[in-house]
Design a protein around this ligand. Structure first.
Ligand code: 6PG
Length: 235
């Protein structure tokens, strides 16, 4: 049955501290079992503060963690808009060349090809379900790259879709995207939605109301029957 918890913090710093502690602890628990721990992360600007703290808390365990992206802007990792670049920088992964990081960009290939390869690789690596998946949300109600009006929105949010990643073109996205699809997101052992500011809180509250899911695509997550979502919010 769907479950949801709303955790409210007095400041963005406090949220970043608590969430990074929690994620470090969850990844560490899996690590002590001898298996690789796994996390898929969203990009954008909101998670930066939290990821910087998380990087400091991972220590040597980071070499036993499988890192993946919930979505990527289809640009090289050297581009300022790259989510991989932001995440690697914030987590301090530069000095760890052997880290397992599932990229969603490859020079000379298109987004559909890379999405397909990432799907195959993730299946081969057997990292599902993820220990942790973190989501963000835009003020248009998108999450991951489930954008209103996205050309692959119906497939990406189909609870039965077998593809783990799909390309996405959308009017509200600046560039082509690759998104993880709904099933691997909602099956995460711990699923977090990290949002900040009053405007996003209002959008989140509106998303809890009735209305077409495609208008505020975060509803596809909120309404999934098996979702167990922890919402982290600070003003
Ligand atoms: C991206 C994301 C996306 C993000 C939201 C919120 O690449 O843009 O992964 O889903 O979580 O757009 O972004 P902000 O935190 O920048 O508002």
């Amino acid at each position: 049955m769907a479950a949801r918890q709303f955790l409210e913090f007095a400041s963005r710093d406090e949220l970043a501290e608590v969430l990074s502690d929690r994620i470090a602890e969850l990844l560490d628990l899996d690590f002590t079992s001898g298996a690789f721990a796994s996390i898929a992360m969203s990009g954008g600007s909101t998670p930066k503060r939290m990821l910087e703290r998380l990087g400091k808390k991972l220590g040597d365990n980071r070499e036993m963690i499988y890192f993946a992206l919930v979505d990527e802007r289809f640009v090289p990792a050297s581009d300022e808009r790259s989510n991989e670049r932001m995440i690697r920088n914030q987590l301090g992964l530069a000095d760890h060349p052997d880290i397992e990081f599932l990229s969603l960009f490859a020079e000379g290939q298109n987004a559909a090809e890379v999405a397909h390869q990432a799907h195959e690789k993730l299946l081969e690596d057997e990292e599902l379900p993820f220990d942790v998946v973190t989501l963000g949300m835009g003020t248009d109600g998108h999450t991951a790259s489930f954008f209103p009006g996205g050309d692959n929105l119906a497939s990406a949010t189909n609870p039965k879709i077998e593809n783990l990643f799909l390309p996405m073109l959308a009017p509200g996205a600046q560039e082509p995207r690759i998104t993880m699809t709904l099933p691997p997101i909602v099956s995460a052992k711990t699923l977090v939605l990290h949002i900040e500011g009053d405007e996003k809180r209002q959008v989140y509250e509106k998303a809890l109301e009735d209305g077409p899911a495609d208008e505020l695509p975060v509803r596809h997550i909120l309404r999934h029957p098996d979702v167990n979502l922890q919402v982290y919010w600070a003003p």
